[in-house]
Every structure is written in structure tokens, then in C-alpha cells.
Design a protein around this ligand. Structure first.
Ligand code: SF4
Length: 165
């Protein structure tokens, strides 16, 4: 069973996107490994910021942490989502928990050439702690959470599993 130290950025991203996705992911379901959308995301990531050094925090791996104490993340989507934000703040929280001073996160969207800057505050830290608790509640639930409304599932790599009867 997972505990708080095992919760990484992907868990938090899936929790915010869809608790059912997190529940399935925690049980080893990995359709994203062959998803065209995910493969595209990895290609954008690899070709956009190849020169930056990734930072491995165990359960979480962030793209880069710069000398001004900002976490950098590259996204293949076109806009900031709640899941992107929660994942980035989770990384900031993990660094903070390790005693690293962290200013916040810079999220880069190369497809639309935009950058979002989110300062890390005590409020963000409290939200990150609460998100870990919600993630644990979700993965330990005996039953899978319900599906989202079908229109909200567009583009999800778990779509075939959830919607093929
Ligand atoms: S297809 Fe929909 S219900 Fe299933 S995991 Fe994805 S977002 Fe959630």
C-alpha cells in the first residue's frame, strides 16, 4: 500500500484530473504508455528543453530547478490546468519539506509559447499537504471512483478502458 512518501507528481496530477484515473494508475493500469497524446507530450518535452537537468526526488521527478529557486516544468498542453498547478506545487512542497528554499514553479507551454509563474506560499503548501491526503484516500478506496462525465474524458488515455462496455 502507498504511503505519503510514495505520492509523486503523477499521482497528484491524476488526482486533480480524475480520481478514477489515479485509482487505476495506483493499481498498475498504464494505457498512457501507448497513448499518442502522451507520446506527443514526451516528444515536446524532449525537444523543447533538452539542455536542462532533471531533478530526481524519488517518487517525483521535476524537469529542472534553477539557481533562483524556481521549479521548471514543460507541458505539452496549451493552457494552465488545475492538474498542472497541483503537480507543480507538489514538487515545491517536496523541496520545501527537504529544507530547500523554493520560490515557486515556472510552467512552460512551448506549443503556444507561453509561460506561467506560480509563487509557492504557505497556502500552496497547505493545499499540497491536503492533496497528498486526498490522494491516499483515493488510492486506498476499495471501489474505483465513478467516471467523469463523458465530455470531460476527451483526450484521456484511459478513455477506452472506462468507456468500452
Ligand atoms: S476516461 Fe474519464 S473517467 Fe476514465 S480515467 Fe479518464 S477522465 Fe477519468
Amino acid at each position: 500500500m502507498l504511503n505519503a512518501e510514495d505520492i509523486g507528481g503523477v499521482h497528484i496530477k491524476y488526482l486533480e484530473h480524475c480520481p478514477r484515473q489515479l485509482w487505476l494508475f495506483a493499481r498498475g493500469f498504464r494505457p498512457e504508455a501507448t497513448s499518442q497524446r502522451v507520446l506527443l507530450g514526451e516528444a515536446v518535452h524532449d525537444t523543447s528543453y533538452r539542455h536542462e537537468q532533471a531533478v530526481d526526488l524519488g517518487a517525483a521527478k521535476l524537469d529542472h530547478f534553477d539557481g533562483r529557486r524556481w521549479v521548471h516544468e514543460v507541458k505539452s498542453s496549451s493552457r494552465l490546468t488545475a492538474a498542472d498547478r497541483a503537480q507543480a506545487m507538489h514538487y515545491c512542497y517536496l523541496l520545501h519539506r527537504l529544507g530547500v528554499e523554493v520560490a515557486g514553479a515556472i510552467l512552460k507551454y512551448p506549443k503556444v509559447r507561453q509561460t506561467e509563474r506560480i509563487p509557492y506560499t504557505s497556502t500552496e503548501g497547505a493545499a499540497a499537504i491536503a492533496a497528498i491526503a486526498r490522494a491516499l484516500d483515493t488510492v486506498h478506496a476499495p471501489q474505483s471512483p465513478p467516471r467523469l462525465a463523458r465530455r470531460a474524458c476527451h483526450g484521456c488515455s484511459y478513455f477506452d478502458y472506462c468507456w468500452t462496455d
